[in-house]
Design a protein around this ligand. Sequence first.
Ligand SMILES: NC(=O)c1ccc[n+]([C@@H]2O[C@H](COP(=O)([O-])OP(=O)(O)OC[C@H]3O[C@@H](n4cnc5c(N)ncnc54)[C@H](O)[C@@H]3O)[C@@H](O)[C@H]2O)c1
Length: 434
Amino acid sequence: MKIAVLGTGYVGLVTAAGLSEFGHSVVGADKVAAKIEAIRRGRIPIYEPGLDELLESNLRKGTLSFSTDLAATVQAADVIFVCVGTPQGDDGSADMSQIEEVSRLIAENLNGYKVVVEKSTVPVKTSVRIKRTISLYNKTGAEFDVASNPEFLREGAAVPDFLEPDRIIIGVETDRARDLMFRIYDRFKDRILVTNIDTAELIKHASNSFLSMKISYINLMANLCERTEADVELVAKGMGLDPRIGPRFLKAGIGFGGSCFPKDIRALIRIGDDLGVDMSLLKETERVNQGRARIFIDKLKSALWILKDKKVGVLGLAFKPETDDVRAAPSIRIIQALLDEGACVRLHDPKAGDNMREFFPEDGVRTVYCSSPYQAAEGANALLCCTEWKEYAELDLARIRDLMVNPILVDGRNMFDPAAVSAQGLEYFSIGRR
Ligand SMILES: NC(=O)c1ccc[n+]([C@@H]2O[C@H](COP(=O)([O-])OP(=O)(O)OC[C@H]3O[C@@H](n4cnc5c(N)ncnc54)[C@H](O)[C@@H]3O)[C@@H](O)[C@H]2O)c1
């Protein structure tokens, strides 16, 4: 199969490399030429474990290449995977301008039958818009189909998620498109669920919003635990032992973030509102999430009282471990609140520091980036954990204590055993437990 992948961000790069690994001939293209040139030089613009190796081996085999010539890439392909961004618009709905732009590009280069695959996360009924746009700008009258194949990869585990997916959803409306999609994923025949396009589009938003709901639910329980003698870690464990509930996404903390959950839940709320469906359940999920940063900062204030001119170390900037992605990371809200209160922040992340500099540029006084967690702790009045990177779990807490002015650790991810931290002479605050 000759496949084009349009948009080489977090999803597009993994999709291009993964489809090429499945034996297809893939060209990845992006409108940001610098990105493509960097990839060609072997400099991958994102941090994703295992991606360098996967890209390199497929580039070497010659089944994968990258191009800045979007038109030629479309013309040469049988199937086009659309992996451009669908960021949150001002009104909460998904901003579909990148999808519209790509649809026009495809229309103008339609030189024969092609399947246009929505890989990006898009609102239900987007295929209708794509079809209309392609028809409007289609010069040749060549036939095409639109299919939906939502992506479920998790950043930080994107390569194994793509190479060994637990399900593949394919939304189609013709047998021709269905057959082509089956050829692409023929090694996973047993894991394919075929639906109509509206259903496939909705499955993605429904999945992400459900997982968000689980997180807000356990955070609500954490609030209850903090006012009782209950321990949220054990509440989650007890709940998770029920196979109807399952243990995953029951981790209390500072809330969900990233480029998907916050924007996807908002987009689904907006879709429901537009269709006249009561979306209160998801609105509350989002409201609980929004409140997490304030609850976390209040813990810090209960320890330090006034934050003005206090030095606060922040460990973890990425929205989750094993990624450099800081889009809608809870740490952003927390750092902003600290700066608003007049604190000085000492920031550390193993991978995401450079991306965070775009949100909070270093000024050497109020905002300082540190090369190690120990440097972040140096002279600090408190240390916050915002991302559960493995290396933080292995910190030498006695050394941390000695470096700090006030040995106070506020853990937004329940990474540490409270007794072990106290034994090292630190005052410890965590989420939903004592
Ligand atoms: N990041 C994730 O974990 C994840 C997981 C599943 C689904 N998704 C969805 O996948 C989509 C892409 O997400 P992402 O995180 O890869 O975004 P991204 O911003 O990292 O990548 C999007 C890429 O598209 C390129 N682009 C924009 N307009 C273009 C155009 N007209 N022609 C060619 N390229 C163009 C951009 O330059 C960028 O490189 C979104 O809809 C997102 O919701 C993301």
